[in-house]
Ligand binder design. Structure first.
Ligand code: B3K
Ligand code: ZN
Length: 877
């Protein structure tokens, strides 16, 4: 694969107007007839040929204005169809007929089959696996679709837009036709056909139009789509209220399928979902599953405006739709649930995924300038950091001005395929603020390190902060320019009140936000009556690594009293992290005991038993930094076993004094009545689960967890009890029995089996590799199903530090073999799982050497997809 550069962008030579597609469905030989109306772009020379993209296609015929053309007039290869001598000065119609094999399509890109259902995935470059086309996001057309197929096998035939009609041919075949009036790029095309059940509802929009809502699932699973439908309606209402965005077709459909490369896809009017993010009921779904369904249903729905009505000019602009839409779904979830708890979860995820990516060989800017394989850029940087950048614009401008900028964006660019520059300009024009320096967030990779020192002058009643920002070098970017960093902060006095400075010099400070713009800056705040505690980066206003040598008593003050719950969590987390890092250091030096700060122990115990704090927040506090968090913080010479041991020791020290509090939580009378997935009920379950985890460190017996496993009446507590048994008491009979019982009970439910596989794949310790290998031989395993691969092999490589990073390198060698095998069927899934190696350079030297060998082994395999090749090369560079 060659490198594609943003700088090489130019518009197409031909402009598409309308696209008419007919599919004659057949499991192994589907005929696709494409008729596209187009014209030569003004100024393009008459002899310039038409170049259409293709991928693994079998070309049957080509015609211009209905007349078949001789083979001498075109060149066809696996990757392209080039047509010469086209009509000039007029619109003409190109007909392309191809034959494709959905059954053989194991890449799950283009048209494929999943459990007997025809289904498509076209983003980013899947449409070219259906027909030869200018398969790029800036080519917009109005599509009409006709689907023809066996009537008995395909009572359901769906595509984008509004339904035109359907009928029978009388010979067993039937057809259905769809028309999408909104011009769209090919990546938003979708087709689904098969025999599916449906759940129906309606939604009345703000201008009183009635929209039919339909969620299609496999027969028998209809009842499990109720929550997704509810989430969809709430999403539609929210987008009207929060952004003034109304839905724009007569019908909105979702289809849930079991074989899918990612979470979901926002095809116009016809979202296709991984069934993991649609299906839920109390018996089989955890609260996390419910929250994910809500967030992803919302995310895909919100794409209707941010992505579909306004799309990307080219794939370098991916964050234009993804970062913005993640921001929108985060805000939606925050409004539906507890804002503070939601933000804590977001920041945890951002740090564990994006910060890790940003500090390794796969680091890239939110808007990259080059790629070899676009599928490798659907990353946490594009998505989550892209969302944070959008959030910072809202912080810089303030909510009302942010909304004005968004309104302008929708008004100015509706129907367009645009760039990040177009997006940012809307906020500049709406607010009059220059966002030039701010835009570096899109262009410079790496997590900025902001170092703060502060001194208080009692005589002058001033607080002076010296701030330095440094953006670490990343691949291809050695030197960086200073960024515009919005640092939300507060000054807390001894009595717990907050004080506002009466004057500021050396930097801009407004509405509780300090604007850092220089490499080094000294800012003085006036009118601070006594030495304040600084509450910095409140709400994680900027995605930075903050280095501030905060006095412990200040941390304690924030942990106990900050008005901002997020800040309290951040301070407690910081305190715990300090002790965890200290423990790793001491144990590395040979210590067998660790000391934990008494204040930390007291704060944890007090917070956990503080009934004025919402349970979900208390559960977050109890989740101390993970082994991966600690590793990232240490940054180099990582020994996962040492980290595991040190964290265990700290957990034992922290939990022991809390024993009675934990028992109180676990023994509190259980809620009676029917299950509710709402945030408050979920919070109570989260707290109980956290207490069970803690108990496992201070009570050396599996009995508590076994009891929880036996008594659980919902999947959240059942799966958690199972993981406590399997992870903390793996050698006991209780654990073995629970694993077996769970597997037998849910043997027919693929989504629950995924949990079963991933719990077993994440049992700490070197022995887990053998059980992962054994599980792959189980009839419950399915090598062709992406969810199953991710839950077993993915969880092992990504979420089992001591199992995967075995000192003898067997985990890496196993992964290399698996990646090579999976890549033959499905490069995207292989590449995604391979990102588990992205931090290999920070391992201690023995492991790093073995990890490197595994990467070299993968690199030497042949053939290798562009997806895997690109990652291996970048990781070894
Ligand atoms: N836009 C899709 C992701 C497509 C990934 C292609 N490799 C889902 C989403 O972000 O909403
Ligand atoms: Zn998206």
């Amino acid at each position: 694969g060659q490198v594609i550069h943003l700088a090489d962008y130019r518009p197409t030579d031909f402009v598409v107007e309308r696209v008419d597609l007919t599919f004659e469905l057949d499991p192994t030989e589907t005929l696709v007839i494409q008729r596209t109306l187009m014209h030569r772009r003004e100024g393009v020379a008459d002899d310039v040929p038409l170049v259409l993209d293709g991928d693994e296609l079998n070309l049957k015929a080509v015609a211009i204005d209905g007349n078949p053309i001789p083979e001498s007039q075109y060149d066809v290869s696996d990757r392209a169809l080039v047509i010469r001598d086209l009509p000039t000065g007029t619109t003409f119609e190109v007909t392309v007929e191809t034959i494709i094999n959905p059954e053989a399509n194991t890449k799950l890109m283009g048209l494929y089959r999943t459990n007997g259902t025809y289904c498509t995935q076209c983003e980013a470059e899947g449409f070219r696996r259906i027909t030869y086309f200018m398969d790029r996001p800036d080519v917009l057309g109005v599509y009409t679709i006709t689907i023809i197929g066996d009537g008995a096998a395909n009572p359901v035939m769906l595509s984008n837009g509004n339904f035109l009609g359907a009928g029978d041919y009388g010979d067993g075949r039937r057809f259905a036709a769809w028309y999408d009036p909104h011009p769209k790029p090919s990546y938003l095309f979708a087709l689904v056909a098969g025999d599916l059940g449906v759940v129906e509802d309606t939604f009345t929009t703000m201008s009183e139009r009635e929209v039919a809502l339909k969620i299609y699932v496999e027969h028998g699973k209809e009842a499990r789509a109720a929550y997704a439908m509810d989430a969809l309606k709430r999403s539609m209402t929210w987008d009207e209220q929060a952004f003034g965005r109304e839905y724009d077709l007569d019908i909105f459909m979702i289809v849930a399928v079991s074989d899918f490369n990612m979470g979901a896809m926002e095809n116009k009017g016809l979202n296709v979902f991984n069934d993991k993010y649609i299906l839920a009921d109390p018996e089989t779904a955890t609260d996390q599953d419910y929250a994910n369904i809500e967030a992803i249903v919302a995310h895909e729905y919100f794409h209707n405006w941010t992505g579909n009505r306004i799309t990307c000019r080219d794939w370098f602009q991916l964050c234009l739709k993804e970062g913005l839409t993640v921001y929108r779904d985060h805000e939606f979830s925050a409004d539906q649930r507890s804002r503070a708890v939601k933000r804590i979860a977001e920041v945890r995820h951002l740090k564990s995924e994006q910060f890790a990516e940003d500090s390794g060989p796969l680091a890239h800017p939110v808007r990259p300038t080059q790629f070899r394989e676009i599928n490798n850029f659907y990353t946490t940087t594009v998505y989550e950091k892209g969302s944070e950048v959008t959030r910072m614009i809202a912080t810089l401008l303030g909510r009302p001005m942010f909304r004005k900028g968004m309104d302008l964006y929708f008004e100015r660019h509706d129907g367009g395929a645009v760039t990040i520059e177009d997006f940012v300009r809307c906020f500049e024009d709406a607010s009059g603020r220059d966002l030039g320096q701010f835009s570096r967030w899109y262009h410079q990779a790496g997590t900025p390190v902001v170092t703060v020192s502060a001194r208080y002058d009692a005589g002058a009643k001033t607080l002076t902060m010296d701030v330095e920002q440094m953006i670490p070098p990343t691949p291809g970017q050695q030197v960086k320019e200073p960024m515009h960093i919005p640092l939300a902060m507060g000054f807390i006095l001894d009595n717990g009140t907050e004080v506002q400075p009466t004057g500021v010099s050396g930097g801009e400070y407004a509405d509780g936000v300090l604007h850092l713009t220089e490499r080094t800056q000294s800012i003085t705040f006036e009118g601070i009556s006594s030495r304040p505690v600084l509450s910095l980066n409140r709400g994680f206003s900027a995605p930075i690594n903050l280095h501030y040598d905060m006095p412990v008593e200040d941390m304690v003050q924030i942990a106990r009293h900050d008005s901002d719950l997020f800040s309290r969590w951040q301070a407690i987390n910081q305190l715990a992290l300090r002790d965890l890092l200290k423990a790793v250091k001491e144990m590395t030096a040979g210590a067998t005991q660790v000391a934990v700060d008494a204040e930390l122990i007291a704060i944890l115990r007090d917070s956990i038993s503080d009934d004025s704090l919402e349970p979900a927040f208390r559960a977050q506090i109890m989740a101390l930094p993970s082994e991966a968090d600690i590793a990232r913080e240490i940054g180099k010479d990582i020994d996962p076993e040492m980290i595991h041991a040190a964290r265990n020791a700290v957990m034992a020290a922290v939990t022991a004094p809390a024993g009675t509090v934990l028992a109180d939580i676990l023994d509190a009378p259980r809620r009676v009545g029917s299950f509710s997935p709402d945030a408050a009920s979920a919070g109570i379950r989260a707290l109980r689960n956290a207490a069970l985890t803690w108990m496992s460190y201070c009570e050396p017996s599996p009995d508590r967890a076994a009891k929880a496993f036996a008594e659980a009446d919902n999947m959240t507590e059942l799966a958690h009890a199972l993981s406590v048994l399997a992870h903390r008491f793996s050698e006991t009979e209780s654990a073995k029995q629970a694993v077996a019982a769970f597997g037998d009970r849910f043997a027919e439910n693929a989504l629950v089996l995924d949990k079963w596989f991933s719990i077993q794949a994440t049992v700490p310790g070197p022995a887990t590799l053998a059980s992962v290998e054994a599980l792959m031989q189980s009839p419950r395993f399915a090598a062709g199903n992406p969810n199953r691969l991710r839950s077993l092999i993915g969880s092992f490589a990504m979420a089992n530090p001591t199992g995967f990073h075995r000192k003898d390198g067997a985990g890496y060698a196993f992964l290399a073999n698996q990646i090579i095998a999976i890549d033959k069927r499905n490069p995207q899934v292989a590449a995604r799982i391979l990102t588990s190696m992205r931090s290999w350079r920070s391992l201690e030297s023995t492991r790093a050497g073995l990890a490197r060998n595994a990467l070299v082994t993968i690199g030497a395999a042949s053939p290798l997809s562009t997806d895997v090749r690109d990652l291996v090369d970048r990781m070894l560079e």
